[in-house]
Design a protein around this ligand. Structure first.
Ligand code: A2R
Length: 334
């Protein structure tokens, strides 16, 4: 089976690639841009065929789909940062909406039998009233960020292409997911990085934080990617599924869990720069539709996810220290 992952160089894409390569009889393909950082998939490169492609360029993605002739496509490529979407709304909408349009048009024209997964987000739900929790798929979509709007458009476009053209498209709405390699703009990863820097003596023992009152439904990224696989294996075309744990944690609670994993004695300071124009207070999902359809259940407890995330950042901090030492050593010889 020929599997293509767009966004393979990203956080989720790298974990999905690892998962796919553990499956039997699979050939894995991915796309990268000339300026993509490929650190996350460096260890997988011998087993992945990478194509140069920017999804904003219709010709470029059409060429890839035509050449690869994928059986399955996981569409993860996106401007994925909610925060960035406030400062770059146009770039966010173009990449996410027009980029996906280019992909689906290419599939419709040159690989119409491919199964396609579209990675949506709980940010599509946006404003949710307490009486609407837990969030099911029929919940009104009231996005509160340009990113959320772009994901709603991707989601509905997936529905429309499935219905209008009979393409096999399965949509998911993943709630917060984290784990090793999570970008440092995300709260969990940012806290873990700060703790690792503090442990290494590279930051004063004060953790800068944003809104600690928000509550989010966290799942390990490794559980999310196994869900994406099941979505294409067992999901119904045209359907949409929540992927979440069904439990919400306060961001402050997660921070305390991370602090408890460290021997460092730390304090907390609120940084107003980290507060967003409109932040959803509580997001908690209900994944029972997906569980019934596919048998999926998250398996990794948050405690483990956070321990792995902190360990990841300890390694990154150590690595950049070693690199800095090597550079200053090389400088000294000159
Ligand atoms: O930035 P790059 O070149 O490393 O590639 C990123 C890719 N990407 C694109 N690929 C082709 N053409 C584009 N115009 C383009 N723009 C972005 O999407 C990278 O491989 C991926 C995004 O990775 P992350 O930012 O780490 O996102 P994450 O957390 O892996 O999210 C995956 C999906 C997204 O659709 C999110 O909206 C959703 O899950 O939650």
């Amino acid at each position: 089976m020929r599997v293509l992952i767009t966004g393979i160089t990203g956080f989720v894409g790298s974990h999905l690639a690892e998962f796919v390569l553990q499956q039997p009889d699979v050939e894995l393909f991915g796309i990268e841009r000339w300026r993509s950082k490929t650190d996350y998939i460096e260890h997988l490169k011998p087993r992945v065929m990478l194509y140069d492609c920017d999804i904003r360029d219709a010709t470029s993605i059409r060429r890839v789909i035509g050449e690869v002739q994928p059986d399955w496509v996981f569409h993860l490529a996106a401007q994925s940062f909610v925060g960035v979407s406030w400062t770059a709304p146009s770039e966010t909408l173009t990449t996410n909406i027009i980029g996906q349009l280019n992909l689906l048009e290419a599939i419709r024209q040159v690989a119409p039998r491919a199964r396609v997964h579209i990675a949506g987000s709980s940010e599509e739900y946006g404003l949710v009233h307490p009486q609407e929790l837990p969030i099911r798929e029929g919940q009104a979509l009231r996005p509160l960020s340009p990113y959320g709007v772009s994901k709603v458009a991707q989601d509905l476009m997936g529905y429309q292409y499935a219905k209008s053209y009979g393409l096999h498209i399965v949509r998911t709405r993943a709630f917060n997911h984290t784990g090793p390699r999570r970008g440092e703009v995300f709260a969990t990863s940012n806290f873990a990085k700060q703790i690792a820097l503090i442990e290494a003596g590279l930051q004063p023992p004060v953790i800068a934080v944003g809104n600690l009152d928000a509550r989010r439904d966290f799942t390990d990224v490794r559980d999310i990617v196994s869900g994406y696989w099941l979505a294409l294996e067992r999901g119904e075309s045209g359907e949409v599924y929540n992927l979440c744990s069904g439990h919400d944690w306060g961001i402050g609670e997660v921070l305390d869990m991370l602090r408890a994993l460290s021997p460092a004695d730390t304090e907390i300071r609120v940084d107003p720069q980290r507060l967003r124009p409109s932040d959803v207070l509580v997001l908690r999902g209900d994944a029972s539709r997906f569980a019934q359809q596919t048998g999926w259940q998250p398996t990794i407890p948050l405690q483990q996810t956070l321990a792995d995330l902190l360990e990841y950042w300890r390694q990154q901090v150590q690595l950049s220290r070693q690199q800095a030492t090597m550079v200053s050593g090389a400088g000294g010889k000159r």
